[in-house]
Write a protein that binds this ligand. Structure first.
Ligand SMILES: NC(=O)C1=CN([C@@H]2O[C@H](COP(=O)(O)OP(=O)(O)OC[C@H]3O[C@@H](n4cnc5c(N)ncnc54)[C@H](OP(=O)(O)O)[C@@H]3O)[C@@H](O)[C@H]2O)C=CC1
Ligand SMILES: CC(C)(CO)C(=O)C(=O)O
Length: 305
């Protein structure tokens, strides 16, 4: 099992800056190329980044100028940037490269698998963090963890290779009993809290107290559980309660990634949340009125950007 000695990161947003910082601290700058196209790299070199009030000393790397594959490649772009990021890094994925995606939703692992082969991909869920990016400054506290795994029945050697690396650098991770169920469970979280925060234009505060934002969040989560059950994924009221409890313990002035998109008038990842839930609900003849309402509200907001 080849140990992981180089770790590339593509997508320098809230999470990309967090993970580039953790990998750079552990492996050293040279071993952690922060990858992008030439135009982004030129901008990044000029503007720099800050993480929790400290300047970042990253190995900004024009992906086109590098030829040597990396051992681990972490995708941290938003969904709309994923195809482009895949093409930017395609030549840096060699026979031994492991891929992880911190993107929300349940689609990015399959997309990476189609692009590079599923045997390269360790499924991953980024959770329990409160990360905020304003301009070139990221503030993140708590940093949460990555939940990682491979689908039931698959060879676990790539997962063991990744967790051995995480253990060696003291990286926060968990291995849930069933990664597919866990991804759906995080989808339940995001479909509730991200969309409610975008539509009600709020931080976590209003999601943590009784009122319409919280009711909407919980209503949307329950609809995801119903759709998950129809897809054979065993989510229940327990998952709703567990995620609501996690949201309740995040800083009240923290913001979901989707709320940050709204503030910056960036198109959101709604297709990963209400988009997919509404499509699957229609397939199973399930009614999802809260997600229908959220979807329409978000379309309306984004039409006006
Ligand atoms: N923020 C959070 O707390 C959490 C986020 N997630 C998920 O993680 C993913 C990333 O989220 P987040 O960090 O908030 O996203 P951000 O919007 O903060 O950052 C995304 C970054 O990707 C960069 N990017 C876009 N396209 C490309 C490309 N082709 N090549 C290189 N870079 C590119 C953008 O760069 P530029 O600015 O230069 O365009 C941007 O900085 C999302 O799917 C989100 O849902 C999951 C859990 C928690
Ligand atoms: C809700 C949260 C922070 C969960 O960690 C998230 O996934 C997001 O903001 O997109």
């Amino acid at each position: 099992m080849k140990p992981i000695q180089t770790a590339g990161v593509i997508g320098l947003g809230s999470l990309g800056v967090l993970y580039a910082t953790l990998f750079t601290r552990a492996l050293g700058k040279e071993q952690v190329p922060v990858l992008a196209d030439g135009a982004r790299i030129a901008r990044y070199r000029k503007q720099g980044f800050w993480y929790n009030d400290a300047p970042c000393d990253f190995n900004y790397t024009d992906a086109a100028a590098r030829t040597e594959p990396v051992d681990l490649l972490l995708f941290a772009v938003k969904f709309g940037g994923l195809q482009n990021a895949i093409e930017t890094c395609r030549h840096l994925v060699g026979p031994d490269t492991l891929l992880i995606s911190v993107l929300n939703g349940i689609s990015s692992e399959e997309i990476l698998g189609d692009a590079f082969g599923p045997e390269h991909v360790v499924w991953c869920v980024a959770e329990r963090m409160a990360a905020k990016k304003e301009g070139n400054r990221v503030v993140c506290d708590p940093i949460g963890e990555l939940a990682v795994g491979v689908p039931a029945g698959e060879d676990t050697s790539r997962l063991q290779r990744l967790t051995a690396f995480f253990d060696s650098i003291g990286f926060p991770y968990v291995v849930p009993a069933d990664i597919r169920t866990h991804m759906w469970s995080k989808l339940l979280c995001n479909t509730g809290c991200n969309q409610a925060a975008l539509v009600f234009q709020c931080d976590y505060g209003p999601l943590q107290v009784p009122g319409k934002p919280r009711d909407t969040m919980i209503g949307a989560m329950r609809e995801v559980a119903a759709v998950a059950n129809a897809e054979g994924v065993p989510l229940s009221e327990k998952d709703v309660a567990a995620w609501v409890d996690i949201i309740d313990h995040l800083p009240s002035n923290g913001e979901t990634s989707m709320r940050q998109d709204g503030k910056n008038h960036r198109k959101s990842e709604v297709e990963l949340f209400a988009g997919i839930i509404r499509r699957l609900a229609a397939k199973h003849g399930i009614s999802v009125p809260v997600n229908d309402w959220l979807y329409q509200q978000i379309q309306e907001m984004e039409r006006n950007y």
